[in-house]
Design a binder for this molecule. Structure first.
Ligand SMILES: *Cc1c(COP(=O)(O)O)cnc(C)c1O
Length: 364
């Protein structure tokens, strides 16, 4: 029986290391509400990422929702259908219509040239996704936002540590939101981080994540509970300690895939001014039939890559009343042919070779 190889596997730090952080929790007896580890994680994240500050939250999805509230988004928001469910659902959950806009054929991010024609008088913002960590065209999106008086939010769930021209990608737009879910490159079991440009908006979000309670103890906003607890922060700190090692291992796997697969498959065009965190290894087949045939062969050997992102979000019946449904032909095409191959720090190089061999044999 072949061992199971999933597409991603959560990184677990040395048990001893995690326990040393947990011992601190038992000493402080502080388990949630801005405890010492929470504050340490926030401070170290801001320093590591080179951003003004990071607001920790219980997950990225709530972080997205809080951001729309804090920026007073309403009506509709331009977004990409080529993303994870949470990108569009977070809008709809807040009563905002997703306004779908197609992606670029090469970098697979929302295409700034498509955005403008979809803007109407109810449009309040642009929600981009740095797909697989590859930066959106932040300068062109910023120009459009200024011209049309729109807010810009980035779903940066994949973009931990990404630098564009040597500076943090997360400083672009009004707000960026990271995900620290177990499957992401840096995780805190569940969790998220909000990076806000305007300190006033930051203050608002900080109260909103704790029922609207302000530093002085009053209630100034309609809030929710989106706090990160000490046990999650402990895991996040462990991952930060190990992050250089994690990236190195991911990079080795990424390079090995590239070396073996070469030009037998197609790849996302990476922004040449950007770093990579090697969170995903997406490959593009010539046709959906080729993808399905290869996937079948891999599954037979207990290897489970993921059709991510598939299907295109605007094809879901739940969005039948959203704007510009069915107009994103490129997103639909890429989504039908893209497959994310297994990549995680302790994936064996032998297994990578095995995956490649099965793939090379199965594609025509
Ligand atoms: C993982 C992911 C999310 C959701 O993150 P959570 O922390 O699980 O809420 C949102 N958007 C994208 C693109 C993701 O990959």
């Amino acid at each position: 029986m072949n061992k199971v190889i999933p597409v991603v596997k959560p990184y677990l730090p040395a048990e001893k290391k995690y326990n040393s952080y947990i011992s601190k929790i038992f000493e402080s007896q502080w388990i949630t509400n801005s405890g010492p580890l929470h504050d340490e994680f926030e401070a170290r994240l801001a320093k590591t990422l080179n951003v003004r500050s990071v607001i920790l939250v219980s997950n990225c999805t709530l972080g997205l929702q809080l951001s729309y509230k804090a920026l007073n988004l309403s009506g509709n928001v331009i977004t990409t259908p080529f993303s994870f469910a949470a990108t569009s659902s977070s809008l709809a959950w807040e009563g905002i219509q997703p306004n779908f806009s197609d992606i670029d054929r090469n970098d697979w991010n929302i295409d700034f040239r498509e955005i403008e024609k979809n803007i109407n008088d109810q449009t309040s913002g642009i929600l981009g996704v740095h797909v697989y960590g590859n930066p959106c065209n932040v300068n062109e999106i910023n120009k459009l936002a200024t011209k049309h008086n729109l807010k810009v939010v980035y779903d940066a769930a994949h973009a931990f540590g990404i630098k564009l021209n040597g500076e943090s990608l997360l400083n672009h737009g009004d707000i960026s939101i990271l995900s620290f879910h177990a499957t992401k490159a840096l995780h805190s079991i569940e969790g998220g981080g909000i990076i806000v440009n305007d300190p006033k908006v930051e203050e608002k979000i900080r109260s909103m994540i704790n029922f609207g309670i302000t530093e002085k103890g009053g209630i100034s906003e309609i809030g929710i509970n989106a706090k990160m607890n000490e046990f999650q922060a402990a895991m996040g700190l462990c991952l930060l300690d190990d992050f250089k090692k994690i990236i190195k291992k991911r990079k080795n796997i990424h390079n090995l895939y590239k070396d073996i697969l070469c030009d037998r498959l197609f790849y996302q065009k990476w922004n040449k001014d950007s770093s990579n965190n090697y969170s995903y290894f997406p490959v593009l087949f010539s046709s959906e039939d080729d993808l399905i045939a290869s996937l079948k062969e891999l599954n037979k050997k207990n290897i489970f890559p993921r059709r991510y992102f598939h299907p295109c979000l605007d094809s879901l019946p739940i969005y039948k009343d959203a704007l510009n449904v069915g107009n994103s032909k490129i997103a639909e095409d890429i989504s039908s042919r893209v497959l994310c191959l297994p990549i995680y720090p302790d994936l064996d190089t032998k297994d990578v070779e095995k995956i490649c061999n099965i793939l090379l044999k199965s594609i025509p």
